[in-house]
Design a protein. Structure first.
Ligand code: GDP
Length: 445
């Protein structure tokens, strides 16, 4: 995903190449860009200020060890802080209440409340095995009541009728009563939204809250809303004790900066993300992944690789040309690749470039094992004759034994390497140059 921030950081990371520590001087430039980029992603100014100050504090004085660059260290601090601000871990819907557990849905008209109510009903039925009732308190728009009826049916939940001549609080009482008598586990209450915040609306939803005493009060907000999300979030936070946020329309092309603002302003965890108009388009919110989206982390990872690795583009081009011309990818090329990997500063530094969730999966032990593995592979290929490297087909049992002895490994390891090489060769053939160049460009700029 291309993003303005990654482009800007790219430039600064390049400028920072070779510096040994994050200092006031070099962090200032980067933070200025981070700040601009967050604003471009529609994060609210006070949230940006606060965020930038925090990152700066965490980053300052950080030692830049091994083959890492200050830029790289800073990128990972920014990413980690972004994820932390948006809330780590998964916070599923709280249903710890005397049944029925009431969930109140709040938000502006068009935010996706009704759709999300049905999505949530489906989630609770399927994932939590709950018996779910929905009701609409939107007495201003008969169409909204009908809409809830339709989507509730799609979700496989039951819908409690309401009419425009009723008062929302009366509807709430009746639905609650019905839910108790029929032993529903959950009552989802959709509410009226206006196009903008108004006093009457806020008063009404406050009254509903007092009547229903919900275990969850969820603020539904459109991720595409950008800067406006802040004022909406403020108004709803002042009116209601929000327990969670659902960000809708995350399938849109916004950078999703609203997530950071809304989370910071309400203090409530972002529980789910709406990712399509369809009834099953609801996902548990993943802060790490979303940080990546705001930052354009994929690009940053590639760019950081480029900075530390100094991938040899001439060599990559030779390789691409070779594959394209139909010449085979041979063990010499495979060795080059292994060496590129080593040049990048080994696997442990490589892992530092990945989003932390991914990196966390690989333990220290895994990494040192993987690094030893690279060294062994290099040793094996170096024990081969030039002919063997160019034409691996000639490597039969006797040659394998000689190579293994030369590299000080078991024959099985030689076999494993040859197999891996074959897989890589197959992949290269499929790529036919064009795809390969693209990949190399990503790696090497
Ligand atoms: P409400 O006024 O807050 O109840 O909003 P609705 O539930 O009626 O949704 C408004 C519009 O947004 C509808 O056209 C929905 O289909 C659409 N919508 C809701 N959630 C999502 C989402 O996660 N992704 C997309 N693409 N559209 C959504």
């Amino acid at each position: 995903m291309a993003s303005a921030l990654s482009e800007k950081l790219s430039r600064i990371v390049k400028e920072m190449r070779g510096q040994a520590r994050i200092t006031e001087a070099n962090v200032a430039d980067m933070m200025r860009e981070v700040r601009l980029a967050l604003l471009e992603a529609d994060v609210a100014l006070p949230v940006v200020r606060d965020f930038v100050a925090r990152v700066k504090e965490k980053a300052l004085g950080q030692e830049v060890v091994g083959s890492l660059t200050p830029g790289q260290v800073l990128v990972s601090v920014v990413n980690r802080e972004l994820a932390a601000t948006m809330g780590q871990g998964v916070a599923d819907i709280n249903l710890a209440a005397q049944p029925p557990a009431v969930i109140l849905m709040a938000g502006l008209q068009g935010a996706g409340k009704t759709t999300t109510t049905a999505k949530l009903a489906k989630h609770l039925i399927e994932k939590r095995k709950k018996k779910v009732l929905t009701v609409s308190g939107d007495v201003y728009r008969p169409a909204a009541i009908e809409q809830l009826k339709t989507v509730t049916k799609q979700a496989g939940a039951e819908w409690f009728p309401s009419t425009p001549d009723q008062k929302p609080v009366d509807i709430a009482h009746a639905a609650l009563d019905y839910a108790r008598k029929r032993h529903f586990d959950v009552l989802l209450v959709d509410t009226a939204g206006r196009l903008a915040i108004d006093e009457a609306l806020m008063l009404e939803i406050k009254q509903l809250h007092a009547t229903l005493n919900p275990v969850e009060t969820l603020f539904v907000v459109d991720a595409m809303q950008g800067q406006d999300a802040i004022n909406t979030a403020k108004a709803f936070k002042e009116a209601l004790p929000l327990t969670g946020i659902i960000l809708t329309k995350m399938d849109g092309d916004s950078r999703g900066g609203a997530a950071l603002s809304v989370r910071a302003i309400t203090g409530a965890p972002i529980k789910f993300a709406g990712v399509s108009e369809k009834i099953d388009g609801l996902e548990v919110f993943d802060a790490e992944r979303h940080a990546g989206r705001i930052l354009g982390m994929g690009d940053i990872v590639a760019l950081v690789e480029q900075v530390t690795a100094g991938v040899d583009m001439a060599q990559a081009q030779r390789l691409a040309a070779k594959v394209k011309s139909g010449e085979g990818f041979d063990l010499d090329d495979f060795l080059d690749q292994i060496r590129q990997m080593k040049k990048m500063g080994g696997l442990s530094s490589f892992m530092d470039k990945l989003p932390s969730a991914m990196a966390a999966k690989a333990s220290e032990a895994d990494l040192s094992r993987a690094e030893k593995d690279i060294k062994r592979k290099e040793g094996i290929i170096c024990s081969m004759t030039p002919l063997e490297r160019r034409k691996p087909d000639v490597i039969k049992a006797t040659r394998k034994r000689r190579i293994a002895a030369g590299a000080g490994v078991h024959v099985q390891e030689v076999n494993r390497l040859l197999k891996e090489f074959e897989q890589m060769q197959g992949m290269m053939k499929k790529m036919k140059g064009g795809g390969l160049m693209k990949m190399m460009k990503r790696m090497g700029g």
